[in-house]
Structures are given as structure tokens and as C-alpha cells.
Design a protein around this ligand. Structure first.
Ligand code: ADP
Ligand code: ADP
Ligand code: ZN
Length: 230
């Protein structure tokens, strides 16, 4: 992986829209991002998924990120920025891409704004009450074989423990234990909320009620995109 040095980061893009999906842990970013990316035919880039991949592969980056992730904290900005800007410089992002879980801090948002200076982008926030979020994360089931997301209660697989999409094995994230989720929500309030306010102040934030059925949320997201398109 080459380093961008975090200073001047280029997205390597020549056109296409960049969709930025914000929201607290468990808000439904991943669930909606999968559908939205398919609908708009752009890559879905989740920094959480990228870190989990590095963790699984035992890379240097994975080793550095592990402790932060397991404790419910954020991975330091410089590690996130290098990884993210490396990824979006790839050829498949030239026609636009969808960001899920990035940015999460004010410095990350400022670095992204700078990198996207001459590019079309749209920032969308999924709002969900905290009381709902713990149950969302607590029942989350990820797939070992693909990016599909189930929920033990709200989106159960047809066969217990097996992914509907690829028949892969389902698992729970360690950081979805209630105590870690509470810590992640605390970190969201402290580190990410000020960044959401920054987007709100620029007047470019579309706020979507994420406390509705997934299909209803998806329609609202599409509505928020100009003309209901991508
Ligand atoms: P969720 O979907 O519950 O919001 P993610 O899968 O996006 O969680 O992220 C899992 C963990 O990966 C985070 O708790 C954090 O430790 C790390 N992480 C992901 N994205 C970022 C980011 N942009 N900045 C810092 N840490 C991140
Ligand atoms: P995030 O990426 O924001 O952390 P996810 O998309 O992984 O959130 O969703 C968290 C959990 O909540 C998953 O188990 C998912 O199946 C479930 N979920 C997502 N959207 C909804 C919804 N609108 N209603 C009920 N459950 C949902
Ligand atoms: Zn699967």
C-alpha cells in the first residue's frame, strides 16, 4: 500500500458523484450503502470493512488498528486517511463512489472536503435514536463470505447462521457487545457529532430518518439525491 502522506490527497477522480453516508453505529449505513451502491453502480467503500479485512489478513495496518477497534475507539486519523485515499485512487472509483463510515472526525472531513474540491458530492445523514441503536448493533449478523448484513430479529436469515445471499457463515462482531456499543456511541457523540455539525453548517447535509423500515429509508435516500436518481 502506497502512502499519501496525508498532506495533499487526491481522489484520482475525473468525474462522477461521491456519496457520503454518515450516521452513528447501527444506524443502517452498511445496509443502505449496499443497495445504494448497486443502484448507482458505484463501489461501496466502508472503512470499517477495510479495517476488518486488514485485521483478518493480519497486515501491519490491521495490527495497528486492532486495539482501537476492539475497545470501541476510533483508529487514528493518519492511518484512516492513508488507507482511504489509497482506496479511492483506484480505477474503479473514477466514476464516483459511496463512502460508508468515513469521515468520522473533523480532520477527516476537512481532508475529504479538500480532496473533493472540484468534484460533485452529496452528504447524507441517517438519524436514529440512541435507544434503538444498541439493539440494532446487538443483533447484527455479518457474513464471512460476502458483504450482506442480517439481523437476528429485524432481518433474520432463512436458515439460522447462514447468509441468504451466498450461504456463507454468519458471525457477530466482537465490538457489537452492548458494553462496547455504549463506548462507540460515546465516541460518536464526542468525536463525530462536531463533524456532523460542520456539514450541517455548510448547508449541504441531507438528514434522513433512519428509524423506519429499510425500504422506506432507501426511498428517502433516493429522494434526497437530485431527481431521485444517482
Ligand atoms: P459501524 O458500522 O458500527 O458504524 P464500522 O464498521 O464503520 O462501524 O467501524 C468499525 C470500527 O472501525 C470503528 O469502531 C472504528 O474503530 C474503526 N473505524 C471505521 N471507520 C473509521 C474512521 N473513519 N475513523 C476511525 N476509525 C474508524
Ligand atoms: P451501520 O453500518 O450504520 O453500523 P448496519 O447497516 O450494519 O448499520 O445495521 C445495523 C443492524 O441493524 C444490522 O443487523 C441491520 O440488519 C439492522 N438494520 C439496518 N437497517 C435497519 C432498519 N431500517 N430497521 C431495522 N433494522 C435495521
Ligand atoms: Zn454472504
Amino acid at each position: 500500500m502506497s502512502s499519501t502522506g496525508n498532506t495533499v490527497s487526491s481522489t484520482g477522480n475525473t468525474g462522477g458523484q461521491v456519496l457520503i453516508l454518515l450516521g452513528p453505529p447501527g444506524a443502517g449505513k452498511g445496509t443502505q450503502a449496499l443497495r445504494l451502491a448497486a443502484e448507482c453502480e458505484i463501489p461501496h467503500i466502508s472503512t470499517g470493512d477495510l479495517f476488518r479485512h486488514n485485521l483478518k489478513e493480519g497486515t501491519e495496518l490491521g495490527k495497528k488498528a486492532k486495539g482501537f477497534m476492539e475497545g470501541g475507539g476510533l483508529v487514528p486519523d493518519e492511518l484512516v486517511l492513508d488507507m482511504l485515499f489509497d482506496r479511492v485512487a483506484a480505477d474503479d472509483c473514477r466514476g464516483g463512489y459511496l463512502l460508508d463510515g468515513f469521515p468520522r472526525t473533523l480532520p477527516q472531513a476537512k481532508a475529504l472536503t479538500k480532496a473533493l474540491e472540484n468534484q460533485n458530492s452529496k452528504t447524507l445523514l441517517l438519524e436514529v435514536p440512541e435507544s434503538v441503536l444498541v439493539g440494532r448493533a446487538g443483533g447484527r449478523l455479518l457474513c464471512k463470505g460476502c458483504t450482506n448484513i442480517h439481523h437476528a430479529e429485524f432481518s433474520p436469515p432463512q436458515k439460522p447462521g447462514i447468509c441468504d445471499s451466498c450461504q456463507g457463515e454468519l458471525y457477530r462482531r466482537k465490538d457489537d457487545e452492548p458494553e462496547v456499543v455504549k463506548e462507540r456511541l460515546k465516541v460518536y457523540r464526542k468525536e463525530t457529532q462536531p463533524m456532523v455539525d460542520y456539514y450541517r453548517e455548510t448547508g449541504s447535509l441531507e438528514v434522513i430518518n433512519g428509524d423506519q423500515a429499510p425500504d422506506v429509508v432507501f426511498s428517502a435516500l433516493k429522494e434526497a439525491l437530485v431527481g431521485g436518481g444517482c
